[in-house]
Write a protein that binds this ligand. Sequence first.
Ligand code: NAG
Ligand code: NAG
Ligand code: NAG
Ligand code: NAG
Ligand code: NAG
Length: 500
Amino acid sequence: MWNKRLRNTLFLIYLLNSYCSAYIHPIEIQGKKFVDSVTKEPFFIKGVDYQPGGSSEVNAKSDPLSDPSICARDIYMFQQLGINTIRIYSINPDLNHDACMTMLAAAGIYLLLDVNSPLPNQHLNRYEPWTTYNEGYINHVLKVTHKFSFYNNTLGFFAGNEIVNDKKSSKNAPPYIKSVINDMKTYSRKHLPRNIPIGYSAADDLNYRISLAKYLECSESSTSSDYSVDFYGINSYQWCGQQTIKTSGYDKLVEAYQNYSRPVLFSEFGCNLILPRQFEEIKALFSPDMYSTFSGGLVYEYSQEPNNYGLVMLSADGSAMMLSDFDMLKKQYANTITPNAKELENIWAQKLGKQSEVNKQPLCKAKYDNLSIETKVAKGLATKLIANGVKIDQGRYIQLNESDLQVQYEIYDLSGKQIDPSLTKVKVTHKVDTNSEDDDSSSKGNKLGAGTPNQSQGTSSNSNTNSNSNSNSRQKSAGSIHGFSYFALIITLLFQIYNS
Ligand SMILES: *[C@@H]1O[C@H](CO)[C@@H](O)[C@H](O)[C@H]1NC(C)=O
Ligand SMILES: *[C@@H]1O[C@H](CO)[C@@H](O)[C@H](O)[C@H]1NC(C)=O
Ligand SMILES: *[C@@H]1O[C@H](CO)[C@@H](O)[C@H](O)[C@H]1NC(C)=O
Ligand SMILES: *[C@@H]1O[C@H](CO)[C@@H](O)[C@H](O)[C@H]1NC(C)=O
Ligand SMILES: *[C@@H]1O[C@H](CO)[C@@H](O)[C@H](O)[C@H]1NC(C)=O
């Protein structure tokens, strides 16, 4: 009797909690999968690459996350597409990204961020990395890492993109990639609230497909993975038009990566040789044959640029028009079904045998085919930065109001018809905690733009995320959530006692 009551009680609390705790949760890595750190369910990336204007548009005044009105427009489009992740190739860490990151979080969208940029002193020279791996460069990398470390919807960082892409770079660059990873990991442990996954995005070149992946995966000792990637991205454009897993060669990719001990994803995909793109590869990518190896991917790319991969045409007046690839991608992503933890384990058991052995990170070998790993990297260049911390404050979530979520620009659908502006608005699907304490001890407490809401613990329990009446009611404080849970617990317990 009591057992049944207890079960009912727990179930009720569970329901109340799951209803109330729709915060965006950090994603963490468990063996070869990304998982939601709270629900522990696998996370599959359904994403697009996002860098309107290309990396050259990043400057002292603007980057893709610096203008909230542009973000509102594009996040509205992301929601129409049904994606859960974007990748950005470069940002300026000195700008304020709080409004855009809050809006992404509220829309349930994660960010994979490259820490490099094409600007001088902000990337490695792939042929002579020793000329660029210096304190100024490392400072930039750590500033990006530090700046984005607070946001729960920062899914991960790419320490490098296609640094190894030919014979010469394969001779000189590989150990430098591991050094950057090491600097970021050492820094994160000392200064940041959580260890955000760090990966690498590789050009899919057969010469390095396996060897570079294995070199970046391996660990120096059985107790430390301080130089290893936490996940691996490949930029793959080999599925063009009508293909199958076999004819596209995707089966070879699965073969190459199925034993990888860390998550693997397509950091770019979407061949454009045959237009309009049908994105049939998404069916393959999200089938058991592939999701057992790949954690999804990012379609290249959101905006139409001279290289003709766009989903959306952006105009100088800020208006945006969906292109035919947009509709195709939307349909394909909408039709994907991803496995839960149990289903994934079952597939692995079938395909890979004993999972624990597959997940074991290998120790580094002395040699890797087609790569040279002997280059000695100067040590200690990051020591001072790691000891003292870089000069930048962490971003934070801020209070947004209804007008921030309203798209200010004209949006056109595929047929050229303008979408009713009353409909073009970012939809809030997740609560964002704008109240949480700054747990970064090295931050100097600069709360610029923080907009800490005037709410005390547990009082404003009844605000609705879609409220349109009160700008402050859109986001609940953590206190109110916890307050509500305890309240629910007490009420249900009282109810149980009364009934027994
Ligand atoms: C090395 O390169 C050759 C082709 O040049 C390729 O066939 C081979 O698979 C590569 N080895 C690895 C381990 O990637
Ligand atoms: C993956 O593991 C299987 C079984 O241990 C092995 O036969 C295969 O060669 C491995 N593949 C790669 C690319 O290492
Ligand atoms: C909403 O916030 C923006 C800044 O984020 C501000 O300029 C605007 O006045 C606010 N609007 C309302 C109705 O509070
Ligand atoms: C981030 O996620 C953690 C774990 O779910 C949660 O405790 C924390 O309040 C979240 N922070 C914000 C600012 O939402
Ligand atoms: C917070 O709200 C209370 C009551 O509504 C008000 O008296 C107080 O001045 C407010 N504090 C701030 C900092 O706005």
